[in-house]
Design a protein around this ligand. Structure first.
Ligand code: TRP
Length: 333
């Protein structure tokens, strides 16, 4: 039996953080035994809103690859590949642009949010508005049926499947499979400042390479319940950042429920729950940080991993590009 195929990736705009870990990395590590997995270092997509800082996009190719390997992505099971070195992705993206309208792109909720967040106003780079077609090319070129991503990406998978259906309808047969987003049930991890989303640019992220002091400082600064002034006061769990993090990271569910009950009743201090969270995050990040440092000391090896993954991806994606152009009936020389 052939394994189902996964394609997912990250823009190479900065090192990854705990939000990525909860949102997608944890799933990807779990999936690599049961699926044929490709991870895309999406440097071309990163250019769509970072063309004035190409050095950042270039330098973070290695940073993101280090994060993948440090959290336990095994290059013997998962192919890590570089988007800009896969020409079939660009060719398919160009083709797919004919299957979407500008109005549909402008209606994509992810794109709408991102345009607002980046403050483009009316000056939206065309490459940025059109990147859903490029992401559809990424996913379909690998014939991926499973896409483990954070919930903000769901609208992009939906648009991918619209393109797939149009291509298949035109070809008169199933040239491409539809893909399904796999989104963690826990939802998205809030930033350490309590804002809905953890992101490096918002300055509210804990990077996967955070030092012990950085972790402790972030936990210490987290707000809990502003009305929980004395230990004996009853406290609120909803909207309490420390409990949101315990929900995401504490494997002892029974203990978390017990702590919540005690906190609500009164008699459980903020310092106790913070100490527990600090211990858990230190234990999670310490081995990742150590492995990352070890890998960073042999970058040649990391580059070899990316090269090998990209070569394998090139074969797969070139074949799909050939099948799609042939299936649609383009002229062949
Ligand atoms: N859009 C993703 C992000 O913001 C990166 C990405 C590029 C991706 N191509 C993909 C994710 C294909 C899933 C599948 O990080």
């Amino acid at each position: 039996m052939t394994k189902p195929i996964i394609l997912t990736g990250d823009r190479t705009t900065g090192p990854l953080h705990l939000g990525h870990y909860v949102g997608s990395l944890r799933n990807r590590v779990a999936f690599q035994d049961t699926h044929e997995q490709f991870l895309l270092l999406a440097d071309a997509q990163a250019l769509t809103d970072n063309v004035n800082d190409i050095a950042k996009v270039r330098n973070n190719v290695i940073e993101v690859a280090l994060d993948y390997l440090a959290v336990g992505i095994d290059p013997a099971k998962t192919s890590i590949c570089l988007q800009s070195h896969l020409p079939a992705l660009t060719e398919l993206a160009m083709l797919y642009l004919n299957f979407v309208t500008v109005a549909r792109l402008e209606r994509n909720p992810t794109i709408k949010d991102e345009i607002r967040a980046r403050g483009f106003g009316r000056d939206i780079p065309a490459g940025f508005l059109c990147y859903p077609a490029s992401q559809a090319a990424d996913i379909t070129a690998f014939r991926a049926t499973v896409v483990p991503v954070g919930e903000d990406q769901a609208a992009l998978i939906e648009q991918t499947n619209e393109i797939v259906r149009r291509v298949n309808a035109l070809a008169g047969r199933e040239l491409l499979p539809e893909a399904q987003a796999v989104i963690p049930r826990a939802g998205r991890l809030p930033g350490v400042d309590g804002r809905a989303k953890m992101s490096k640019s918002a300055g509210n992220a804990i990077p996967l390479s955070a030092s012990p002091d950085e972790i402790s400082a972030a936990v210490r600064a987290m707000f809990t319940d502003p009305d929980h002034l004395r230990i004996d006061d009853p406290g609120k769990v909803e909207g309490n950042l420390v409990f949101a993090y315990l929900d995401a990271f504490d494997d002892d569910r029974g203990m978390v429920e017990e702590l919540k009950a005690r906190y609500r009743r009164g008699g459980l201090g903020d310092s106790t729950i913070k100490r527990r969270l600090d211990d858990i995050l230190q234990a999670l990040i310490a081995p990742i940080r150590a492995r990352r440092a070890e890998l960073a000391a042999s970058l040649d090896h990391v580059i070899e991993v990316i090269r090998a993954g990209t070569m394998k991806a090139r074969e797969v994606t070139d074949r799909t590009r050939h099948d799609v152009t042939e299936g649609l009936g383009l002229f062949r020389l």
